[in-house]
Design a protein. Structure first.
Lengths: 370, 232
């Protein structure tokens, strides 16, 4: 049984007559990484500031490490057990060392220890060479690494991250997410990670909360949220994607053979055998065929059999959910549906190219699995 | 043109000759105006921070007062201080009318709104998330204020320059509360006015040249510090 690091109950935040956040209950377990995703202005950053004890809710209760936060709580002492990373680096006058050391200096840490810890974290974030550099001479990516180091050096009990990689270019973004994933796996720091990026949410989150209009629209494992959106708002924001856990069987020539449910499929890219990963398929990348049309297929295409479980009409297309030992969502044109005389209960083949499979190198939760 | 040249040569001669009267005027000007500037910084920086960071009733009114104060004519300040310090005035018992202290008080009141207003603007200009970031790093209230001052330091240096420039060059208040007494309260600006009224344009020009050079050197020193900080 894992312990709760932060819990909020019946929290509401109002600005004037407008309620911008209403959360009946949310708790974050020790060691858990909660990803929070949602459109702009949905209340994600406000939630993070409530959790970071930087803002008091208009109503409701906030518990940190079992203690309720009240008007008489020593907020400075409590905040010193947390750390928050913003989207903008917001570094202060001075060198990289000064910035990473700042939080420790504010805590009155001894000079030797500061030096030791700062150097350790500069090394972990691959910015040791920048130690003496003025912050005015850093690139944005470097500055964001300093920003991360500045928070991680504090060994916070809870790390709050507010879209830390949103302003970085995509390659830098990808490598930093992976580094952060490794660092968090190493430190097992309880974290709340706000993002707008689906891949980041999938990679980092043990659980994913979707916030829409100030409310948690869905809270579940990222796989479940992406493959089974709770309602149209969530589906509309995330897009519907099939996400399946799988295992690499073999790899070579730029292709990998993986086990996905009961099926074996091919995908582009080489991965170490036996690695557990998440495989994502977008509904528009899958084509439905009748079982007798195998002859039309390209040689390298993946084909998996399934049964149509549910058909939902959308504006111009149909959303079809097929059971292939795991549910797969497919978008089909209404015409194709009529031509193939498809209906609920009918057996079909689902086909997709190896390059249509997106791979997310998921680090599966270290805590207990449901 | 002759007059200008004459003034500059006279200024150099006066400076080189080490005229004790001129030196005492220069020293007094510097002492009074630097003291007033430093005092206005000590009072104005915290006042500007407080106005920038806190929310209270009447805050807007106070800010408007500060903004008006930034442009208030020195003679008006001089008049108000004179009324207060006048022998029969409310602070007359202090007996500081016509002393350097009276000039320092008047000049502090002139520089205070300038320093306060510029500090207020500087702190308000900082990204509001900077405050959240400082709090999130675990700063206490005082630690946060100190970091904010450090972040706004370039603007605060500019405030120091503007304050000093304002008081070293003012004449109305120094004249009214100082009285332009030779050897006691005569400063560069009041001496210049006096010499001009006597028709001693060369001496007046010499005094203003010295005044200009002083103001320039001090501002230059602060500018050097400011620009070095900026590129650091």
């Amino acid at each position: 049984m894992s312990l709760t690091a932060i819990r909020i109950e019946s929290v509401e935040v109002r600005y004037g007559p407008k309620t911008i956040l209403r959360i009946p209950r949310l708790s974050i377990a020790e060691g858990e990484i909660l990803a929070v995703i949602g459109p702009n202005g949905a209340g994600k950053s406000t939630l993070l500031q409530i959790l970071g004890l930087l803002q008091r809710p208009s109503k409701g209760r906030v518990f940190f490490d079992g203690q309720e936060i009240t008007g008489s709580s020593d907020l400075v002492a409590l905040r010193r057990r947390l750390a928050l990373v913003f989207q903008e680096p917001l570094l202060f006058h001075g060198t990289v060392f000064d910035n990473v050391a700042l939080g420790l200096r504010l805590r009155g840490t001894r000079r030797n220890e500061i030096k030791q810890r700062v150097e350790l974290w500069l090394a972990k974030l691959n910015i040791s060479h920048l130690e003496g550099r003025s912050i005015a001479k850093l690139s944005f990516g470097e500055a964001q690494r300093v920003n991360l180091a500045r928070s991680l050096v504090l060994n916070p009990e809870v790390l709050l991250l507010d879209e830390p990689f949103a302003s970085l270019d995509p390659p830098t973004q990808a490598s930093m997410v992976e580094e952060l994933q490794n660092l968090l796996a190493e430190t097992k720091t309880t974290s709340v990670f706000v993002t707008q990026n689906r891949a980041e949410a999938l990679m980092l989150g043990h659980r994913l909360a979707v916030i829409i209009d100030g409310q948690i629209a869905q809270l579940d494992t990222p796989q479940n949220v992406f493959s089974h959106p709770a309602n149209e708002d969530v589906a509309g924001f995330l897009g519907v994607e099939t996400i399946v856990e799988g295992r690499v069987l073999s790899s070579g020539d730029g292709l990998s053979r993986v086990a996905m449910g009961q099926h074996e499929i091919l995908l582009t890219g080489t991965y170490p055998p036996e690695q557990e990963m998440l495989f994502c398929l977008r509904p528009e990348d899958i084509t439905l065929l009748l079982p007798d049309s195998r002859a039309d297929l390209r040689l390298d295409a993946n084909v998996i059999p399934g049964t149509i479980k549910k058909v939902t009409p959308l504006e111009t297309q149909l959303k079809v959910v097929a059971d292939c030992s795991f549910p797969v969502t497919v978008l089909a044109s209404k015409q194709a549906f009529i031509d193939l005389s498809l209906a609920k209960g009918k057996h079909v083949l689902l086909t997709f190219k190896p390059s249509a499979v997106h791979v997310i190198p998921k680090r599966l939760p270290v805590t207990e699995k449901p | 043109m002759d007059l200008l040249w004459q003034g500059i040569t006279e200024a150099i001669r006066l400076l080189l000759s080490g005229d004790p009267e001129i030196f005492s005027i220069v020293l007094l000007s510097l002492r009074v105006s630097l003291t007033a500037t430093v005092t206005s910084l000590i009072l104005g920086v915290p006042a500007g921070m407080a106005l920038a960071l806190s929310q209270f009733r009447g805050r807007r009114f106070l800010i408007s007062l500060v903004n008006v104060g930034m442009g208030i004519p020195p003679v008006v300040v001089g008049l108000m201080v004179a009324i207060l310090l006048w022998r029969s005035g409310p602070l007359g018992f202090l007996g500081i009318m016509y002393t350097p202290l009276a000039i320092i008080i008047a000049q502090t009141l002139i520089a205070f709104p300038i320093v306060t207003g510029l500090t207020l603007a500087a702190v308000q200009q900082l990204n509001p998330k900077v405050r959240l970031q400082i709090m999130a790093l675990g700063a206490s209230r005082w630690q946060m204020l100190w970091i904010l001052v450090r972040e706004a330091r370039l603007s605060i240096l500019a405030a120091a320059m503007a304050g000093f420039g304002g008081v070293i060059s003012e004449v109305g208040a120094s004249m009214m509360v100082g009285g332009n007494l030779l050897g006691q309260t005569r400063v560069l600006t009041t001496a210049t006015v006096l010499e001009t009224s006597k028709g001693n344009f060369d001496v007046a020009l010499a005094l203003s040249t010295i005044l200009f050079a002083l103001a320039y050197m001090i501002t230059l020193a602060l500018t050097v510090v400011q620009q070095r900080e900026k590129t650091l």
